[in-house]
Design a protein around this ligand. Structure first.
Ligand code: FAD
Ligand code: NAI
Length: 469
C-alpha cells in the first residue's frame, strides 16, 4: 500500500517547509520530499543564513580593525581566524536546519529523502540515493524546488577557484584578487565579505549600473560608498572567458558589453553571480503535463495552481522576486487556499534588503518605475548625517527616501541606505500594507534617539517640512 497524504511538497526550502507547517497546523496530513541531507533548502544551507553569518563576522572584523579607534578603543590589529569564521557559519546553518527538523516533528510532518518526481497528479515518486523508490499517493502536490545558480557558457565551475555563491561561502583562504561577475545582490554581499577580509575585489557588470531593479539614485549612491570601501567596478562590461594559468591563477577576458577589444584581468578566484534559474529538472513535469513559462518557471494562476489540477507551485520556481520571505508567504497562502481559506500575498509590499554595510532596503515602487508609469509622485528624503543616533554610532552614511502619491499622499515606495536599513524598512512595509499615507508616518511618535527617526523625518519632509534639516 502506498503512503497516503493530503499534501505532498517537493522541496524543503523556505517555501516548502513553511507551507508544510501551515498545512499541518490547518489539519492536513503532510509529506515533504527533499533530495538533500538537510532540510531548509538554499536559504538555510547555502544562501541567506550562511551568507549573513559571514557578513556579520566580516563586518565585526572590519569594525575591530578600522572602526574602534575613533570610538576610543585601542586594540592591536585583529587577526583573522578564517577557520573559526567558517565554523561559526557552519554552526549557524546546523542550528537553523536543526530547527526545521524540530518543527517538522512537532507538526507531525513526514519527510521522504530522495528526488521527487510527479508521474501524474495525485502521485509523487521518491527516488533515494540508494535503495528502492517509494510512491506517495496524495490529494495535492506543491512544487517548491527553488532555484540554482545560472552559469556563463564556456565557464566551468569548480567551486574552488571558479565559484558560484556556494563555493564563495567556503573559500579556504582569502583570495588576493577576487573578480565578481554580476553586480547583483550575491555579488555585492559576498564581494563585501571577502573585501573586508582582505581581498581586492573587482565587480564586472553587464549593465551600466549596479543592483538592477533597485531605485537608480539609491544604486548610484550605494556604488560610491562601496567604491570608497575599495570595491572596483567595471560596468557595461562582460566576461568573455576565464583561463587557468600555469601558476594557478586565473586570467579573465573582459570586454565592453557591446563587444570590442578584450582587457585581461588576473584573479585568484572568480565568483559567477549572474542570477539564478528555476529548478525543474528531474521532476518529470512534461510527463505530468505541467506547463512552464518562457523562462522555465512553473506557470501558475493567482492561486498558485499549475496547468494541472492538484499540482501547485511556489517560491523561486515560479515568477516573482527570488526571495526567501516571498517563498514563505506563498507557502502560507497556498496552504490556506488548499484548506478553503483566502490565502493571499501582497506583491506590492514585499521588502528587499542587501545586507552590506551600509544596508540597502526597499519596498514598493522605485522612482524609475513611477516615472515610467506616469504617476505623479513627491519625494521625501532625510540623510543620516542629520540624525543624532547615527552621529553617535559613526554611522551617518546614507539616507531615507519615501515616494508618495501627489494627490492622495499614499506611500508608493520607500528606499533606505544606511545602518540597519533592513530592520527599519518594516515600518514602511506595514504602512504600505495598510495603504498608509506619509502623514500617518509623520504623525507617529518615534523614540529618540533612534535611526528610525530619519524615517519619520523623511515623511515629515513630505508635509510641512522635516525638523532637523
Ligand atoms: P529553495 O530554498 O531553493 O529550496 C528548494 C529545495 O528543493 C532544496 O532543498 C532542493 O534540494 C529541493 N529540491 C529541488 N528539486 C527537488 C526534487 N526533485 N526532489 C526533492 N527535492 C528537491 N533571499 C532572501 O530573502 N534573503 C537573503 O538574505 C538571501 N540571501 C541569499 C544568499 C545566497 C547566497 C543565495 C544563493 C540566495 C539567497 N536568497 C536570499 C534567496 C533565497 O535563498 C531563495 O529565494 C529561497 O531559498 C527560495 O526558497 P524556495 O523554497 O523557493 O527554494
Ligand atoms: P541578481 O539578478 O541579483 O544579479 C545578477 C547581476 O548579474 C545583474 O546585475 C545582471 O545584470 C548581471 N549579469 C547578468 N549576466 C551577466 C554577464 N554575462 N556579465 C556580467 N554581469 C551579468 O542575481 P544574483 O546576485 O546572482 O542573486 C540571485 C538571486 O538571489 C536574486 O534574485 C536575489 O533576489 C537572491 N538573493 C537575495 C539576497 C537578499 O535578499 N539579500 C542575497 C542573495 C541573493
Amino acid at each position: 500500500m502506498a503512503d497516503q497524504f493530503d499534501l505532498t511538497i517537493i522541496g524543503s526550502g523556505p517555501g516548502g517547509y513553511v507551507c508544510a507547517i501551515r498545512a499541518a497546523q490547518l489539519g492536513m496530513k503532510v509529506a515533504v520530499v527533499e533530495k538533500w541531507a538537510t532540510l531548509g533548502g538554499t536559504c538555510l544551507n547555502i544562501g541567506c543564513i550562511p551568507s549573513k553569518a559571514l557578513l556579520h563576522a566580516s563586518e565585526m572584523f572590519e569594525e575591530a580593525g578600522h572602526g574602534f579607534k575613533a570610538l576610543g578603543i585601542d586594540i592591536p590589529a585583529p587577526q583573522l581566524n578564517l577557520e573559526q569564521m567558517l565554523n561559526h557559519k557552519s554552526e549557524t546553518v546546523a542550528s537553523n536546519v536543526g530547527g526545521v527538523d524540530y518543527l517538522f516533528k512537532k507538526n507531525k510532518i513526514t519527510v521522504f529523502r530522495g528526488i521527487g518526481s510527479i508521474p501524474a497528479a495525485g502521485k509523487v515518486l521518491v527516488t533515494p540515493q540508494t535503495g528502492s523508490q517509494t510512491e506517495i499517493v496524495t490529494k495535492n502536490i506543491v512544487i517548491a524546488t527553488g532555484s540554482v545558480s545560472a552559469n556563463l557558457p564556456g565557464i566551468e565551475i569548480d567551486e574552488k577557484q571558479i565559484v558560484t555563491s556556494t563555493g564563495a561561502l567556503n573559500l579556504e583562504k582569502v583570495p588576493n584578487k577576487l573578480v565578481v561577475i554580476g553586480a547583483g545582490v550575491i555579488g555585492l554581499e559576498l564581494g563585501s565579505v571577502w573585501m573586508r577580509l582582505g581581498a581586492q575585489v573587482t565587480v564586472v557588470e553587464y549593465l551600466d549600473r549596479i543592483l538592477p531593479g533597485m531605485d537608480s539614485e539609491v544604486a548610484r549612491q550605494f556604488q560610491r560608498m562601496l567604491q570608497k570601501q575599495g570595491m572596483e567596478f567595471k560596468l557595461s562590461s562582460k566576461v568573455a572567458g576565464v583561463e587557468k594559468q600555469e601558476d594557478g591563477s586565473l586570467k579573465l577576458k573582459v570586454e565592453a558589453a557591446k563587444g570590442g577589444e578584450a582587457e585581461e584581468i588576473d584573479a585568484d578566484v572568480a565568483l559567477v553571480a549572474i542570477g539564478r534559474k528555476p529548478q525543474t529538472e528531474g521532476l518529470g513535469l512534461d510527463l505530468a503535463g505541467v506547463a512552464l513559462d518562457e523562462r522555465g518557471r512553473v506557470r501558475v494562476d493567482g492561486h498558485y495552481k499549475s496547468s494541472v489540477d492538484g499540482i501547485y507551485a511556489i517560491g523561486d520556481v515560479i515568477a516573482g522576486p527570488m526571495l526567501a520571505h516571498k517563498a514563505e508567504d506563498e507557502g502560507i497562502a497556498v496552504a490556506e487556499i488548499l484548506s478553503g481559506q483566502a490565502g493571499h500575498v501582497n506583491y506590492a509590499a514585499i521588502p528587499a534588503v542587501v545586507y552590506t554595510n551600509p544596508e540597502v532596503a526597499s519596498v514598493g515602487k522605485t522612482e524609475d518605475e513611477l516615472k515610467a508609469d506616469g504617476v505623479e509622485y513627491k519625494i521625501g528624503k532625510f540623510p543620516f548625517t542629520a540624525n543624532g543616533r547615527a552621529k553617535a554610532m559613526l554611522a551617518t552614511q546614507g539616507f531615507v527616501k519615501i515616494l508618495a502619491d501627489v494627490e492622495t499622499d499614499r506611500v508608493l515606495g520607500a528606499h533606505i541606505v544606511g545602518k540597519n536599513a533592513g530592520e527599519m524598512i518594516h515600518e514602511l512595509v506595514t504602512l504600505m500594507e495598510f495603504s498608509g499615507a506619509s502623514e500617518d508616518l509623520a504623525r507617529t511618535t518615534h523614540a529618540h534617539p533612534t535611526l528610525s527617526e530619519a524615517v519619520r523625518e523623511a515623511a515629515l519632509s513630505l508635509g510641512d517640512g522635516a525638523i532637523h534639516i
